[in-house]
Structures are given as C-alpha cells and as structure tokens.
Design a protein around this ligand. Structure first.
Ligand code: COA
Ligand code: AMP
Length: 634
C-alpha cells in the first residue's frame, strides 16, 4: 500500500492515548486536557475527563476570531421552495447568539434537554448550535417520524423545550408538523415548558398562548438588539446531544455523545478520511435527524472551517435526477456524502448519466457512500459517470464517525468492491463466532470493536447505562457489539453483510422491524404478526408484514391491511415505508415457539435456505413461499 494509512494506524495502535492527545491540539479548550483517558469513569471510561470546552465556540467563534468570518459557513439550497441563501461564519454566529438568547430567556441552561423537530432549514442548524453554546443538550427528531415517536423521545429525555417549524416539505405534500407536535405533547407524560415554532411561508400554524413562542419574532428581537451570549464552558465529558436510534424494541435508544471527544474525532476525520481542507465545501446530502446530519452536515465541517450545505430536496424528482450535480457545480462542492439508495434512484432515472454531463463538475473530487450496503453495480456506475473515486465507508449512529473507510486524506488504498475498506485508526475490529472466539479471515461472524471505544463514540444510552451494557457490551466481554455480521479478508478489508438483530435499512434509514411488529399487534383483529426486511432494488430493504388474524374476524382483509398500513404510518411515521402486508393463516415457528424470521427473509429474497431442524411444521414455510410468490417475491 502506498497510502500513509498503515503508518497512521500503527502510530495510533502503538500508543492510543498519545495519539489522541496529539489530535486534541486541533481543538480549542477552555481548560486543556491533562488526562487523555480515565478508564474508571463512566460505563467504559471517558476521554479528556479534566478538560473544558464548548462545541459552538469551536464551530463558530474561533473561526470568526481567526479571520474566517467572511467565509460562507452554511449554504441553504432548497429545490422545494426555490430558495438559496448563504450565511458567513460571522452571520451564523450572530444568528446562533440570537437563538441562544431566546432559549436562555425561556429558561434553557446547561444540561437541559431541547428537542429539535424541524425540516432541513438553516434555523434547525442554528438551534443545534445555540443549544451547544448554552451547554444544553439537543435531541433532534427526524421529520419523518410521527407523533408517538416524538412523544417517546420527549418523555425519555424530559425535554424542557421543543423547537419546531410549522411544516416540512415533501414532494407533492406539505407535512404539517404542528398537529403532530401538539398530539405528541398531549400523549407525553412529561410536558415541555415551551415550544419555539418557526413559521414557514408555506403554512402558518396556530400558537398555544402561554406555551408556544414564535421563533422568528423572538429571534429577530435579539438579533436587532445585538444580544451577545457567551459560550458556556462545559466539561469535555458533558453531553452535547442525545440522538435516538432504533433498537431491538419499540423503545428507541438515546445515544449520548459528549463534547470533547466528539470534536477531536470529527475534526480528525475531515482531513484524514474525507480529504477536505478548511475553506472547502463539503456536502452531506442527508438530514439533520440522522447521525450523518449531526456529524457531517453540522459539526464536522464547521469544526474544520468548511462550508456546509443544507439541502432540502431529494436526489430525484426535485426537479430531476440532475439536482445533485446542479448543487455540486453551483456551490463548488469538493466532496459529497450520501446514501447508496440516492444513487440507485439517480441511476434509475438517468441511466446514461446525461444529467451529469450538463454540469461543470471539474472541482468535484470524491463521492462517499454510507448508511447501508453499497452494491458494486451502483459504485461502478457512479465511478463511470462521475470519473471520481467512489468511497464506501461503514459506521453507525452509536460510533458517530467511520469505523471502516478508504482514507482519502491519509492516502487512498486499493478499492475492493463490496467492502468499505480498512479499519479506521482508533478502532480495532475483530470478527468473532457466537461464543466469542476469533474467526479466521474470510469467515462470516459478529463484527465487534475492542474496548475502549475511541473518542466521539457513544458514552452510553440516555439514562440507561444498564441497557447500554446489556445490549452492546455484555455479549462479547471486552468488545462493543456492532450488531453487524461481516467478514474480514486476509488483507484486512471488512465486508459488512447483514444485521444480527431486527434492524433493517430502508432507503438509508435505520428502522426496527420489532417496533413495527409492536404497532401491528395493536390492531384489534391481529392475533400475531412478523415483520421482516425484504430486498428492494431502490431502497435496499423494505419492511414486509405477515399478519395472522384472530379466529372470529370476518371483516374485509383488504380493509384490515389498509388500516394496519395507516396505523404504522401514524404511530411510527411515513419514514417506516411500511406498505407491504400479507395476511397468512399461520407463521412458521420452531418447536419452542420462535418465529423463523430469518428463514422467511431468505425465502423472500430468493436466497438459498435450509429447513431449520427445530421447525414445528414445515408445511407453513410452503404457505409463506406461496404468499411471497403471489406478491412477486422469492
Ligand atoms: N418528513 C416527513 N416525511 C418524510 C421525510 C421527512 N423529513 N422524509 C421522508 N419522508 C416520507 C416520504 O415522503 C415518504 O412518504 P410517502 O410514503 O408518502 O411517499 C416516506 O417518508 C418514505 O421516505 P423514503 O423511504 O426516504 O423515500 P422517499 O420516497 O422520500 O425517497 C429516495 C426515495 C429513493 C429518493 C430515497 O430513497 C432517498 O434518497 N432517501 C434519502 C436517503 C438519505 O438521505 N438517507 C440518510 C442516511 S445518509
Ligand atoms: P445508522 O445507525 O442509521 O447509521 O445505521 C447503521 C447501520 O447501517 C450499520 O450498523 C450497518 O448495518 C448499516 N451500514 C452503514 N453503513 C454501511 C456500509 N457502508 N455497508 C453496509 N452496511 C452499512
């Protein structure tokens, strides 16, 4: 390998603490770290335990003070509204101070939790940074989740305040957020004191007197008054945010990220993995509701003085499959990060890359893909039409930054299609069998990370240390369980093959089939059910529900199916993409009563499968196969 990768990996491995102490110099500390890692603190140890800092200061103030004030920090580009607005670092700092002043007046302070339920508009990013400025802990909830999911999060983190907007914009429909927000607050046991609501021109929402505050009116007053709000010093180990992600039940897991380690790790990745320098434009075409949005729309690029893009649109249909290339050429994007599903959609609409040819992409250097398995065909197509390296990389909400990547800044290593390449410095990845024994290279097993996790990874789940231990740390003592199954080859390349739990990846969105089963089971006509992820050409996977109705149900089956589809949409949200439902007589089970979801999934995907030795009644699998075939699967 010509790359500097091996040398950097070796340098980290020989002395991880010295390595991270060196990287920590890229961050401004109010109190510099004297200790790098304390193995006794927290669930598994804490990074930079004696340091103090502020993430907003590092993202904004520091750059303004060092001469970057006039550089564009944030570009908002919305093909949904036709708006394009740029904000310099100095302007973002002003906006964030105004929002922080409003939050402070509404009683938000260090350690308070603030839920942000907003579409992809600049005010969402300003709100995140304003929380960081005050040392408050934000929890962004993706706009595609419905009221019940929002209520669960409000209750779990005891949000003091919710920041929201009147609506989101999806192609062909306006998503009214306010009714969802009001319903969520009605449902929640814990009531937030205030809601700060940004009214968009497309839809005005009525405000609740006493509880709701108009975002723009309040912020404009502080902006005009030029109110300054100092950055609150927080401990490096204090939480910056809680981000809820799907777990193996309907109860989402609140991934807690700290301030200090998070900044050190993200700043390191911008140059070493993504290969971008300060001043360059970096675009993560994701949503701030996901971890990709947190790390690579907001914090990573701003920490290193890049320009970031808030894109409110879709890869296709807004207005066409050329929209990504318009944004790349217009805003001089150097590196783009998105999910493979976006490229499958673009390829479907523009198979010959005609739209690509319409734009000047001369300055564009690299395409990064993550969030789900990137199929070789899509990567090869993107390489061909774009003529730039296409880099698959692998990580998850829990880690917050890549675990496996082809490190463009350290030097690209040879590409192996189907692999997100090599282990990123900071992580030691192993593949173990179910008993925890190391497997030889080339063998499929549980992908685990040797503890301790590096800076920037989750420190625990919100108020749930025990759940963190039991779901991530206890099955393979000494390791963090990624819940992905994969293979490490003889050259150290990792291949991620599947999840080992009930999580599926639909259009790059992480969803729990267990949570969908819980909702289906709520329907009064359903006796039992199973939801599995089945292969989908565009979205990677889509959920598919199998329902067994109660004995005496005589109602129209089609109507029941519709009700259940609507129920999942109302309870979880449209993002669940739950549209495929089959009513079956019985579900295949083992003799001990476990539903054979894995076998059903293999049948659905047309993969080879073996009759499980413990199956109760083999005839049921034939019935399921017939149902799937009737729906064009298997
Ligand atoms: N607010 C409200 N609703 C939302 C939403 C949001 N922020 N995001 C998605 N939805 C809705 C969609 O409108 C859709 O609703 P519908 O059932 O009425 O059509 C539903 O949730 C499913 O969304 P999704 O699975 O994302 O499909 P899509 O039709 O919106 O987009 C692609 C299709 C192919 C363009 C899509 O796969 C894509 O590119 N998604 C973005 C991938 C991504 O950014 N992933 C983030 C990880 S990096
Ligand atoms: P999320 O927490 O939403 O980022 O989802 C993380 C999960 O998505 C991982 O545990 C994997 O199952 C899957 N995933 C993410 N990136 C990749 C990738 N490059 N290849 C295969 N699977 C991936």
């Amino acid at each position: 390998m010509q790359s500097g990768y091996l040398q950097t990996y070796g340098s980290w491995e020989s002395d991880p603490e010295a390595y991270w102490a060196e990287q920590a110099k890229a961050i401004h500390w109010f109190r510099k770290p004297e200790r790098v890692f304390d193995p006794e603190e927290g669930v598994y140890g804490r990074w930079f335990p004696d340091a103090e800092t502020n993430t907003c200061y590092n993202c904004l103030d520091r750059h303004v003070q060092t001469g970057r004030g006039d550089q564009k920090a944030v570009i908002y580009d919305s093909p949904m509204t036709g708006e394009k607005v740029s904000y310099t670092y100095a302007e973002v700092l002003n906006e964030v101070q105004a929002v922080a002043a409003v939050l402070a007046k509404l009683g938000v302070g260090k350690g308070d939790r603030v839920i942000i339920y907003m579409p992809m508009i600049p005010q969402a990013v300003f709100s995140m940074l304003a929380c960081a400025r005050l040392g408050a802990i934000h929890s962004v909830v993706f706009g595609g989740f419905a009221a019940h999911e929002l209520a669960t999060r409000i209750d779990d983190c005891h949000a003091k305040l919710v920041i929201s907007a009147s609506c989101g914009l999806e192609p062909g429909r306006t998503v009214a957020y306010k009714p969802l927000l009001d319903h969520a607050i009605d449902m929640a046991m814990h009531k937030p004191e205030h809601c700060l609501l940004y009214q968009r021109d497309q839809l005005h929402a009525p405000l609740h007197a006493g509880r709701d505050v108009d975002f723009e009116t309040a912020v404009a007053a502080e902006r005009q008054a030029g109110t300054k709000v100092d950055c609150v010093a927080v401990k490096a180990t204090d939480p910056l945010y809680v981000l809820y992600t799907s777990g193996t039940t309907g109860q989402p897991k609140g991934v807690v990220r700290d301030n200090g380690g998070h900044m050190v790790a993200l700043a390191w990745t911008m140059k070493n993995l993504y290969g971008v320098d300060p001043g360059e434009v970096f675009w993560a075409a994701s949503d701030i509701g996901w971890v990709v949005g947190h790390s690579y729309i907001v914090y990573g690029p701003l920490l290193t003085g890049n320009t970031t893009i808030i894109f409110e649109g879709k890869p296709v249909g807004t207005p066409d499959a050329g929209t990504f290339w318009r944004v790349v050429s217009e805003h001089k994007v150097k590196a783009l990060f998105t999910a493979p599903t976006a490229f499958r959609a673009i390829r479907r609409d523009d198979p010959d890359g005609d739209f690509v040819a319409k734009y000047d992409l001369a300055g564009f250097r690299t395409l990064f893909l993550a969030g789900e398995r990137a199929d070789a065909e899509t990567i090869k197509w993107a390489e061909k039409v774009l003529g730039v390296p296409v880099i698959d990389h692998w990580w998850q909400t829990e880690t917050g930054w890549p675990m496996a990547c082809n490190p463009m800044g350290l030097g690209q290593v040879p590409v192996k299609y189907g692999s997100p390449s090599v282990t990123v410095p900071g992580y030691k990845i192993e593949v173990l069998d179910d008993e925890g024994h190391p497997l030889p290279s080339g063998t499929l097993g549980n992908v685990v990370v040797k503890m301790p996790l590096p800076p920037g990874c989750l420190v625990s789940f919100w108020n749930a240390d025990e759940r963190f231990r039991s779901s991530c740390l206890s099955e393979f003592p000494g390791y963090y369980k990624t819940a992905d199954a994969g293979i490490m080859d003889e050259d150290g390349y990792l291949f991620i093959m599947a999840r080992t739990d009930d999580i599926i990846n639909c259009a790059g969105h992480r969803l729990s089939t267990g949570a969908m089963e819980e909702v289906c089971a709520m329907h009064p006509d359903v006796a039992e059910c199973a939801v599995i992820g089945i292969a989908d050409e565009l979205k990677g996977q889509i959920p598919c529900g199998f329902l067994v109705l109660k004995n005496r149900v005589t109602r129209d089956a089609e109507l029941i199916k519709k009700e259940i589809v609507n129920l999942v949409r109302e309870e979880i949200g449209p993002v669940a993409a739950f549209k495929t439902v089959m009513i079956v007589d019985r579900l295949p089970k083992t003799r001990s009563g476990k539903i054979l979801r894995g076998t059903m999934q293999k049948i659905a995907d047309g993969m080879p499968w073996k009759m499980p030795a413990t199956i109760d009644d083999p005839a049921i699998l034939e019935e399921i196969t017939a149902h799937l075939r009737a729906h064009g699967h298997g």
